[in-house]
Design a protein around this ligand. Structure first.
Ligand code: GCU
Length: 459
């Protein structure tokens, strides 16, 4: 190397180490309990107290959740999905795409799920493990993936998104893939990591349903692939984690502002980054990537589908409050529960306002508009029955029904009704679909229904 070159490279090194030094001067993440962080957010909002949530367990409690349909609709008027802010009726697809859709996104960003910051750091994906396995006797190839998030701006926080993708070994070309949101799952396959150490213990939340034939077997039998993403590797599922994970990394360890993103939006963001990886993986047809999630991951599924138009289809299972259920409904879980210190981290801080002093009817948007953001892409909203009352099947159906006009405006087919269907009677013929299965709080029983729905698009 000549002297000139040496000089340049040593000054580059100098700049690099100078910036590393500057970053290391940044303080470590603020440590707060969930209660403290929740209080800190209420202080920012100027709120002294909020109303308490419904009690889901104790039938004797005066706050026991309402299940009486006669009392379930205190705010029967929903925001009109096809009425723009200038009071003009949205009558053409152009008006939807150029005006109304963006208005709705802005309101969900600001008041409900929070904003993803501009200039998000880059994610670099690596295949860390390749396994030859079998599903239903069919040979498949599983790749364990790690998406490392660039943290030069704040080295105190490291985020490595963990995911895996499995595709049929004999596939000629790329295949459709269904991605399931879940808790930690692949620690067991990582050398030196004890599966019992993962959040949720040995099995993770994801495995709550009944055991029947697994969805992975069913997907493989169709010739498709399946993938999982570990949401906790993106953002923790507690308020005390908001100064860490991807939210803490971009906030440099400081607490959130009222319109900053919450965990649902962060999980959705991480899944969009996985889709970026899929776009570069020849085994996956990135134009046919579906999403599935149950319960809190059902909420994440709907948020990811609504915000990233590249996702092709979604199975949203028992997503309930903060998901497909109307915020304006008084049935099962209510806004006050989601705004409390155990769940507020899913949402933008601003959402807390609607549990006091404001009310549900003050929300400028409701969940039918979130579902409408998925249009024209196919969405299946699913619920269980007994044991799944907390998610309010009817409130999710009503939101689905009121999203139909947008599907129809965009030339797609709705469910053809606003009437709540009988149990186990799927409204599956349109591009927006609903079915309440007879099981409890699980995604198991509606998997075959979803796969038949998806097959219409992926044949
Ligand atoms: C709680 C919470 C729900 C959530 C569920 C889950 O019941 O109130 O909103 O969906 O946990 O994710 O298991």
């Amino acid at each position: 190397m000549n002297r000139h070159r040496l000089l340049i490279s040593s000054s580059i090194l100098g700049i690099l180490s100078l910036s590393a030094w500057a970053q290391s001067e940044l303080p470590a993440p603020v440590e707060m309990t969930s209660k403290e962080d929740h209080k800190h957010m209420m202080d920012q909002l100027g709120i002294r107290s909020i109303r308490r949530g419904a009690d889901g367990r104790d039938k004797e409690s005066p706050r026991y959740a309402n299940y009486d349909e006669a009392k379930a609709n205190p705010y029967p008027n929903l925001p009109e999905v096809l009425l723009a802010q200038d009071r003009k009726k949205v009558t053409t697809p152009e008006m939807w795409w150029d005006q109304r859709r963006g208005e709705i996104v802005e309101l969900f960003d600001r008041e409900v799920y929070g904003r993803v910051p501009d200039n998000m750091p880059k994610v670099t994906w690596k295949v860390v493990n390749t396994l030859e396995e079998k599903r239903s006797e069919i040979p498949i190839i599983t790749k364990d993936l790690v998406g490392a998030v660039d943290n030069v701006s704040y080295p105190h926080v490291t985020v490595e998104i963990q995911a895996s993708v499995s595709t049929p070994a004999a596939a000629e070309g790329s295949v459709p893939v269904v991605v399931q949101f879940s808790g930690s799952f692949f620690y067991g396959r990582r050398p030196g990591v004890d599966p019992a150490q993962r959040p949720g213990g040995g099995r993770g939340f994801g495995g709550r349903g009944p055991r029947g034939p697994s969805w992975k077997d069913m997907v493989t039998e169709k010739g498709w692939g399946f993938a999982k993403i570990d949401t906790y590797s993106i953002q923790s599922d507690k308020g005390d984690g908001l100064t860490k994970g991807i939210i803490g990394l971009v906030n440099k360890g400081q607490p959130r502002k009222p319109d900053d993103w919450g965990a649902l939006r962060a999980w959705a963001w991480g899944t969009s980054r996985l889709l970026d990886y899929f776009e570069a993986d020849d085994a996956v047809d990135a134009k046919r990537v579906g999403l599935e999630g149950h319960s809190r991951w059902g909420k994440a599924t709907l948020v990811a589908m609504a915000y990233d138009p590249r996702f092709a289809i979604a199975y949203v299972s028992s997503s309930g409050a903060g998901g497909a259920k109307l915020h304006r409904r008084n049935c099962g879980e209510i806004v006050e529960n989601v705004a409390g210190s155990g769940e507020y981290h899913w949402m933008a801080g601003n959402y807390i306002k609607y549990a006091g002093p404001l009310n549900w009817g003050d929300l400028p948007v409701d969940s039918h508009e979130l579902i409408a953001l998925c249009a024209p892409r196919p969405v299946f909203i699913s619920s269980g029955d007994k044991g799944d009352g907390w998610v309010d099947a009817r409130g999710m159906f009503m939101a689905t029904a009121h999203a139909q006009p947008v599907y129809e405006l965009l030339g797609k087919k709705g469910m053809g009704t606003y009437e709540f269907p009988e149990l186990e009677t799927g409204l599956m013929d349109g591009d927006i679909a609903f079915r309440q299965h007879a099981g409890g709080h699980t995604d198991g029983p509606n998997w075959p229904t979803f796969l038949t729905f998806a097959e219409r698009y992926w044949k």
